[in-house]
Design a protein around this ligand. Structure first.
Ligand code: ASP
Length: 715
């Protein structure tokens, strides 16, 4: 079972009914990541759709949602009857790096399996949403006011666990999850089919798939061919199965039809996908916390780590390849956060939200509403959070960014819950060994020993520079972090996962009793981290008590709309192909073209590098007419539209009014990084690779006619 966001808020039946009426009567067509349950609120005809709600989701028949998958943290869609999935290049980037080497550098040169036997096993899984059901009443059963927040959370958790268990028994082959849709009011149970054998089929060369690199990430205009193909396999009996060489391609209920002619400006487009998280219903204080603490801290820290990795991998390609996936994901977050900071400053969103909240408070006061007390509570809780934010953000990095310390902390926690005494039986010890190894496997990853060391030393230095009162006790005695870390790693059994696993297997008691300095540090740090974790959970629980009151007030006094925040469940969003006039790179045209790529390439920015075969490809002049833009006779590369998307929407199919595939979503314009807090037609624009560029590359670079035929594309 998994459900997203912490469970929060108070259940209030009259308000739930009010909410329902409000949502029905107040949708706007521009904003909204509509859950499947809200599709009925969309006026498909008025928006220009040539298909109906039933063509999108139909639990009793076949619909477009049957072609959608959640692929790792991204989205993908079936494009053939044989389980072929289109997604983004960046969604498989880590997997491609993992199967690449200096000799077979698929990351640099691309990969094309000319038949199924050549497809490569990768560690991704995918999920298909089969159906959903509103379970709010069952989840909130027994919740009465007033109730202790901890008790309430327990009760809700218990209800969810019971629900999932019952449903799982009814559908043993499916994955059941309950997601919180709207704080404290609505919960939806989703039934997923999970496919565990996914293989790599096609990736363009890096200078197509990642053209523009970090320079163009979160920017428009861009010229990136950010697409790839994988294939889902199942056991011979057609049932989901782990990887086996003799598994067979999965037959989806539905696959998307490709429209090789693409779209034109002002055309209606829509997306189905799995957006991860948005925070639009949070109070103004949350924005302050993000703007002043989280965003600057994380972007700086990720920048430091990236720089270190780039240095370490500079002269060693294999070493670089091992770190490439991590560098890319850190860079992605870093620039996203910088975009948010820029957007926040430009739009004054914090001031706007604060003002709205103050006006709301005023209205409640005038109405002598007795529930207005929550404003004060939210304020004081955030004051506590902000006072130690710097320290808390730093200390939380100790728990994940350094592999050896993460492993040691896992051991510390294990020792606490599994006290080894003289009469612990051999059978128990055998069982514990297994448990500990399982726990370690999930967290113990050292991509580079020197990097691991550097990260720990840097964290210690930063922690010891905190204001005196905020220092971390466990680190107090370390005067020279570099020296301490060097000595500790020299003699440690934790800097090499194999060593620790060996110790667990062959000398279990030594895992408990040893002089390893990193382990000793972890043992001291662990209680501090636990305490911090408990404090943060308690704060969150208390805040979560208040948020439904804020929501309720907004509804009653401020006429706000309440489409649930994104929570990695399947969503629908629609809008139009339209230019972008604001931001760092104003570019009114909603398409980019091949002829523009050469101007970028002519600069000496390495992100605009084109490998010789790609350069040659892009110069090709004999091109199928269908693939060319009728207005310019040039090849369209990327397109821009005013849909409501966020992280997790990468790889989402962009479809035209008929539900045919015209592009693959992969990014947003710089100021649209603000979508996570607020959506606005002035600054929210998302970006896709145009399907014509995808087909062009496959046809003319690799002559991948087998895949084009499989997708039913005739060009
Ligand atoms: N690049 C994002 C992703 O990986 C898409 C976005 O945030 O707009 O999901």
């Amino acid at each position: 079972m998994r459900y997203f966001h912490s469970i929060r808020h108070r259940y209030y039946l009259p308000f739930a009914a009010l909410l329902f009426c409000f949502v029905l009567s107040s949708h706007k067509t521009d904003e909204g990541m509509f859950p499947l349950s809200h599709l009925k609120d969309v006026d498909f005809k008025a928006a220009g759709f040539q298909i109906t709600q039933k063509d999108i989701y139909n639990p009793n028949g076949i619909a477009l949602t049957d072609a959608l998958v959640r692929l790792g943290g991204c989205t993908g869609s079936f494009v053939s009857p044989e389980g072929l999935i289109i997604t983004n290049h960046h969604c498989v980037f880590g997997s491609v790096a993992g199967v690449s080497s200096k000799e077979n550098d698929y990351l640099e040169n691309g990969f094309y399996a000319s038949d199924k036997t050549k497809e490569l096993r990768i560690g991704l899984t995918c999920k298909i949403t089969k159906s959903y059901e509103d379970v709010s009443i069952k989840v909130l059963d027994g919740i009465n006011l007033p109730m202790d927040p901890v008790r309430k959370k327990e009760l809700i958790n218990r209800n969810i666990t019971a629900l999932v268990k019952t449903e799982q028994e009814k559908h043993p082959g499916l994955t059941i999850e309950v997601s919180e849709m709207l704080v404290g009011y609505s919960y939806t149970l989703f039934r997923y089919q999970t496919l565990k054998d996914v293989r790599l089929v096609y990736v363009p060369p890096r200078t197509i798939g990642e053209f523009g690199g970090e320079t163009d990430n979160w920017e428009w205009p861009k010229h990136t061919g950010d697409f790839s193909f994988v294939r889902a396999y199942v056991g011979k009996d057609g049932q989901p199965a782990e990887y086996r060489p003799d598994n067979v391609p999965f037959s989806p209920k539905k696959h998307l039809v490709i429209n090789p002619k693409g779209t034109r400006e002002k055309d209606l487009v829509f997306i189905l996908g799995y957006p991860g998280a948005t925070y639009r219903h949070e109070p103004a204080q949350f924005i302050r916390y993000q703007q002043e603490y989280v965003l600057p801290f994380i972007s700086e820290w990720y920048g430091w780590r990236m720089q270190r990795m780039e240095e370490l991998g500079k002269n060693d390609r294999d070493r670089y390849l091992r770190m490439a996936g991590t560098i890319k994901s850190l860079a992605n977050v870093k620039k996203n956060f910088e975009g948010k900071m820029y957007g926040l400053t430009q739009t004054g969103l914090l001031e706007i939200k604060t003002r709205e909240q103050e006006e709301l408070q005023q209205k409640m006061k005038l109405a002598a509403d007795p529930r207005a007390g929550f404003f004060r509570v939210i304020d004081s809780l955030y004051n506590i959070r902000l006072a130690s934010a710097k320290r808390d953000l730093l200390i939380s990095r100790f728990n994940g960014d350094c592999g050896a310390l993460a492993a040691a902390l896992t051991v510390s926690s294990f020792k606490k819950t599994h006290p080894l005494v003289s009469n612990t039986s051999p059978a128990t010890i055998e069982q514990w060994k297994k448990e500990l190894k399982e726990g370690l496997k999930a967290r113990y990853k050292i991509i580079d020993q020197e990097l691991d060391k550097d990260i720990l030393a840097e964290l210690i230095k930063r922690a010891n520079n905190l204001p005196k009162k905020q220092r971390i006790k466990a680190l107090r005695k370390i005067r020279n972090a570099d020296k301490w870390v060097n000595t500790a790693y020299d003699k440690s059994f934790l800097d090499e996962p194999a060593l620790l696993f060996k110790l667990v297997d062959s000398a279990f008691h030594q895992v408990y009793y040893n002089n390893d300095k990193i382990q000793q540090l972890a043992d001291k740090l662990h209680p501090e981290l636990v305490k911090l974790g408990e404090h943060q959970t308690a704060m969150t629980d208390k805040l979560n008590e208040q948020l439904p009151l804020l929501l309720e007030a907004k509804m009653k006094y401020a006429n706000k709309k309440f489409i649930p925040d994104a929570n990695a469940t399947l969503r629908f969003t629609y809008g139009y192909i339209t230019g972008y006039k604001e931001g760092l790179n104003p570019h009114p045209a909603p398409f980019t073209y091949r002829n523009e790529i050469f101007a970028k390439n002519a600069t000496d920015n390495a992100d605009y590098r084109l490998s010789p075969p790609v350069k040659e490809l892009l110069k090709k002049d004999q091109i199928a007419k269908d693939l060319l833009d009728p207005d310019t006779n040039d090849l369209v590369l990327c397109m821009l539209y005013n849909l409501d998307t966020t992280g997790g929407n990468s790889g989402s199919p962009v479809m035209d009014a008929y539900g045919n595939l015209v592009g693959v979503n992969f990014d947003r314009a710089y100021t649209a990084t603000l979508n996570d807090y607020s959506w606005n037609t002035d600054y929210s624009r998302s970006i896709a690779v145009d399907i014509r560029y995808v087909l062009f590359t496959m046809k003319y670079l690799n002559q991948a006619d087998n895949l084009l035929n499989e997708m039913g594309v005739k060009i």
